[in-house]
Ligand binder design. Structure first.
Ligand SMILES: C[S@@+](CC[C@H](N)C(=O)[O-])C[C@H]1O[C@@H](n2cnc3c(N)ncnc32)[C@H](O)[C@@H]1O
Length: 319
């Protein structure tokens, strides 16, 4: 699901107190901070100007990434969820994606350390008139954390900002707050996947059941030089294009992720982990399944051919 144009407009109107020149500079500054300054706990987006630049350029992408992941989760696992905890929530892109995808959610708790990210987030939720209970906490700790136990817990694009020495503690706290499903998203880079791989190992050791993308609970079978990541395409507004100096009105957002269930769950099937290669009489798919990583060929006389033709990287081909 794409971020609603009304929300983009709300963010752009909120940012209209800044000139394009100021927003472009802030957007460039944020990009170079994220390129050079991760996993050390440093503050990244601290002013209203930076929060606005982040809102215009990154909010639509993280919203789309989370919406895409939610489409890959077996609906029976999440459809009746009532509560959400969003850690490192920023201006609420992931919360918004969950609210727009899961209608049963009644209450969302957002934990964020940057006041200006929160101000923008509160402005978005008020202006868009969401009826669910939305509670923001301005903190960098999960204070009184047991109060916030939630059906779904999300941490999107956060672990790459957390100091390496703090990651294990944060993960175990988030996992202990999860009643049902924990979703962690990272940039689709080698470093982002490294975080996901470590998180995956720790959650399996703690009796977590992987829902996706992996189709097994064994160690990751991907080649050490490779990294598991997916892509979603989103449209860019004129302002977004201007800030990113873009020539096309869309962007491909790359992300790595893991979804883990606290309750017993077995994923069967084949997760497509690269863009399918479609030839006239066959489709070549690189997949993750119970055997590890495989190249499978679906030929035209295979009953699954019609279904397979419609699948993309990230989708599941049933056995
Ligand atoms: C890259 S932004 C992602 C925001 C949001 N989750 C999204 O996907 O759009 C990471 C956010 O995590 C917040 N953050 C990082 N470390 C934090 C901590 N220890 N406690 C609370 N928030 C934190 C940052 O302030 C920032 O707003």
């Amino acid at each position: 699901m794409e971020l609603n144009i009304d929300i983009k407009n709300i963010i752009e109107e909120y940012s209209s107190c800044f000139s394009n020149k100021e927003l472009i500079k802030a957007s460039n500054d944020i990009s170079s901070k994220y390129l050079n300054n991760t996993s050390n706990g440093n503050r990244m987006v601290t002013s209203k100007l930076q929060a606005c630049a982040y809102g215009i350029t990154r909010f639509p992408a993280t919203y789309k990434a989370l919406s895409t992941i939610l489409e890959w989760i077996d609906p029976t696992l999440i459809n009746e969820s009532k509560t959400l905890l969003d850690f490192g929530a920023g201006s609420g892109a992931s919360t918004l994606a969950v609210l727009d995808s899961i209608s049963s959610i009644e209450k969302a708790v957002l934990i964020e350390r940057e006041a200006e990210m929160i101000n923008l987030g509160k402005h978005i939720f008020n202006a868009a008139s969401y009826s669910q209970s939305i509670q923001y906490f301005n903190t960098n700790e999960l204070i009184n954390s047991l109060k916030y136990k939630s059906d779904i817990v999300v941490a999107s694009y956060v672990f790459n900002e957390i100091d390496n020495n703090e990651k294990t503690k944060l993960l175990s706290t988030l996992y202990s707050l999860t009643e049902n499903i924990l979703i962690i998203v990272e940039p689709g880079t080698k470093n982002g996947f490294e975080n996901i791989k470590n998180i995956r190992n720790e959650l399996i050791d703690n009796k977590g059941y992987i829902v996706c993308p992996c189709c097994h609970n064994e160690s990751c079978k991907l080649d050490n030089e490779d990294w598991c990541h997916f892509t979603c395409r989103l449209s860019r507004s004129k302002k977004h294009m201007l800030l990113k100096d873009a020539v096309v009105p869309f962007e491909d957002e790359k992300f790595s992720y893991i979804v883990v269930s606290k309750n017993e769950y077995n994923t069967n099937g084949n997760r497509i982990i690269r863009h399918p290669i479609i030839e006239p009489k066959k489709i070549l798919l690189k997949v993750c399944n119970k055997n590890g990583i495989e190249q499978i060929v679906v030929t035209k006389n295979n009953p699954k051919f019609k279904v397979a033709r419609k699948l993309n990287s990230g989708d599941l081909l049933n056995n």
